[in-house]
Design a protein around this ligand. Structure first.
Ligand code: 13P
Length: 256
């Protein structure tokens, strides 16, 4: 059976409360008829509650862009899983390349968050992907495998079915340089193979692997037509309702 597509918008550090509500409203209006695609937007922390309120009555889900692994306490500036749950968040993006490079997050640190999210009914979207230099020296598979295994340490097969993986080649993020469908599929299929090794075939076949990196309405169909690409984690193009909704509509069309 085909995995249900997930089209997710990572708004990054864009949109306060007013703009988030306006964007959710616009997406909601245009996607009321969508039935076969999971739809998600991930606004900044401060707008999660308002975005959830604005999405009420639709199938649009709300996700967070990060979280801390401790439940509460003296961790100035951090946000815990229980706080996200309180905002009715369903998904949480973990290990985004911007967190890895700008905020020095390691696989070990991301692993703690993945485990806590899975234990507390938050669906993690684990991001992995190589830099341009790593690809050029032929280290793509090695890097992706190391990140995957490091971030999934101690995750049981039972919990792993709630995982989503996002393959985001760093060289394609915000650059307008999309991976070709063939390049993306090659890595997605490699990731699926590693998931089979770690969790077995059943779980590996049910886990969605999203592509991220300059995905937009113009290239979404070719990417989603690959057998192991199960949706997208969209940055820039998710900030414009028209563009984002066109991508959802393509996914819906491919699901009929
Ligand atoms: P862009 O779609 O802007 O390249 O960003 C991708 C991304 O980082 C999504 O998490």
């Amino acid at each position: 059976m085909h995995r249900k597509f997930l089209i997710a918008g990572n708004w990054k550090m864009n949109n306060g409360i007013t703009d988030s509500v306006a964007l959710v409203d616009a997406i909601k209006k245009r996607t009321m008829e969508v039935r076969f695609v999971d739809m998600l937007v991930c606004p900044p922390f401060i707008a999660l509650g308002a975005a959830y309120g604005a999405a009420a009555g639709s199938l649009l889900k709300i996700g967070a862009q990060n979280m801390y692994h401790e439940a509460k306490g003296a961790f100035t500036g951090e946000v815990s899983f229980s706080m996200l749950r309180d905002c009715n968040v369903s998904y949480v993006i973990l290990g985004h390349s911007e967190r890895r490079t700008i905020f020095d997050e390691s696989d070990e640190f991301i692993n703690k968050k993945v485990c806590v999210a899975l234990e507390n009914n938050l669906l993690p979207i684990l991001c992995i992907g190589e830099t341009e230099a790593e690809r050029e020296k032929g280290a793509t598979f090695e890097v992706v495998e190391k990140q995957l295994k490091g971030c999934l340490e101690n995750v049981s097969s039972k919990r792993a079915k709630d995982l989503t993986i996002a393959y985001e080649p760093v060289w394609a993020i915000g650059t307008g340089k999309t991976a070709t469908p063939e390049i993306a599929q090659e890595v997605h299929s490699f990731i699926r193979g590693k998931l089979v090794e770690i969790f077995g075939k059943n779980v590996a076949n049910s886990v969605r692997i999203l592509y991220g990196g300059s995905m937009k309405a113009a290239n979404v169909e070719a990417l989603l037509s690959q057998p192991d690409i199960d949706g997208g984690l969209v940055g820039g193009a998710s900030l414009v309702a028209e563009e984002f909704c066109s991508m959802i509509e393509v996914a819906e069309k491919l699901s009929l």
